[in-house]
Design a protein around this ligand. Structure first.
Ligand code: LMR
Length: 390
């Protein structure tokens, strides 16, 4: 039967990991996949994660199954970080552990498909390249609209308003909770307020992808748009990832939260989430979630985690400042936050930057600012000039 298959190209973003590893030039720079690198160019296991793993090594006494919901204490301990302490909507919220943020997106998409198969998913483009395929795999129709003008590095807010205003009741709006991937261009709080008003006015369901909390302005500030929306709407989904803010990438740690109108709907949503998890992965992998739980159960480890996250932010912002200082054309990079900024180049240019200069970035022109050192700024700017990007 396999002769019936058509071969499919490797994911272009993930292919950069192998291409970078295979490049033996000492001066190569990895601005590709969204992982953090320290001043030594390493992606370290965070200190709090090491401490939690040590604790688990000594104290975890069983690996028995937990069930399709995974580690519910992990899910609960994340709640105040994401939603704040005692939010008004707390009793309309339920969560389940998922394999990474992608697992949460997929589970959420399948939940929407089960609840309202005719719902359209409004997707501002460009978006994370895996968003559209995840919704398509769940047989949901996506309605794409143009989200940014990369030439001016501005949100096309009139396009966002038009898309939301013309959506049908019950349609789903995919929103990047903070630090837009792949553009680095985010809504202002005034724009978030307008979006919130439109969601309410047109009875739309926000599906918030929150994968970078704590990697820009701080854990509280980064959650502000999510909290604003949840305080206003009746129903919502939140796909959460601990990949970046706990540095747990390959452990695949995430959660899907659903906010429902009332407790009856919440109970139904919860049972469907568990049933969908069961047929997808049966039960999520435990280790990463157990690490996050262990950190959040300990005041000492939590303080250690918060301090290291803060150091990571400062380093990324330092890289942003260095690049902006190296070219006036890149001044916008120091005003953006999170891991990414985007130079909107053609794929051939991204390929030439790799081939001619050993500078790896996504084909879209997305740069992971966490991948460089401040001292790399001159080489990056020179390469961008040589390839006609500046
Ligand atoms: C990224 O956008 O670089 C990361 O989220 C990795 C991925 O899975 O695409």
């Amino acid at each position: 039967m396999f002769e019936q298959l058509n071969s499919r190209p490797a994911d272009s973003l993930l292919a950069l990991i192998k291409a970078f590893q295979a490049d033996d030039r000492a001066e190569k720079i990895d601005l590709g996949v969204g992982v953090y690198r320290d001043a030594m160019g390493r992606t370290p296991v965070m200190r709090a994660v090491k401490a939690a793993e040590q604790f688990l090594l000594e104290n975890q006494d069983s690996k028995k199954y937990l069930g399709p919901e995974g580690d519910l204490q992990f899910v609960r301990l994340l709640e105040p970080i994401i939603f704040g302490t005692s939010p008004d909507f707390a009793n309309r919220l339920v969560g389940i552990q998922t394999p990474g943020g992608s697992g949460a997106l997929r589970l959420g998409a399948e939940l929407i498909q089960a609840a309202n198969p005719s719902a359209k998913v409004l997707l501002g483009t460009p978006s994370w390249p895996n968003h559209a395929p995840i919704f398509a795999s769940a047989r949901l129709a996506a309605k794409e609209y143009s989200f940014v003008d990369l030439a001016s590095q501005q949100v096309k807010f009139e396009s966002v308003i038009a898309a939301l205003s013309s959506a049908g009741e019950g349609d789903v709006v995919l929103l990047h909770g903070c630090y837009h991937n792949p553009t680095g261009i985010d809504f202002t709080m005034e724009q978030w307020q307008e979006i919130t008003d439109l969601l309410v006015a047109h009875t739309l369901v926000p599906f918030i992808d929150l994968a970078y909390q704590g990697l820009g302005d701080g854990l509280e500030q980064d959650a502000a748009p999510t909290r604003m929306i949840l305080n206003a709407v009746d129903e919502a989904l939140i796909a959460y990832s601990c990949d970046k803010n706990f540095g747990l990438y390959r452990e695949r740690v995430g959660a899907l939260y659903v906010m429902a109108r009332n407790s009856d709907d919440l109970t139904k949503a919860e049972s469907n989430m568990a049933a969908l998890a069961r047929v997808n992965w049966s039960m999520p992998p435990d280790h990463g979630a157990a690490v996050v739980r262990t950190i959040l159960e300990s005041a000492e480890m939590t303080a250690m985690w918060r301090a290291e996250l803060e150091e990571m932010c400062q380093r990324v912002n330092g890289n942003r400042a260095a690049l902006a200082a190296a070219s006036a054309d890149l001044a916008f990079i120091s005003r953006q936050r999170g891991l990414f900024s985007n130079l909107a180049m053609r794929k051939e240019t991204a390929v030439a930057l790799r081939a001619n200069h050993g500078i790896y970035m996504a084909d879209s022109g997305r740069m992971n600012l966490a991948g460089m050192q401040p001292a790399d700024a001159g080489a990056i700017v020179a390469a961008l000039r040589a390839e006609g990007c500046l």
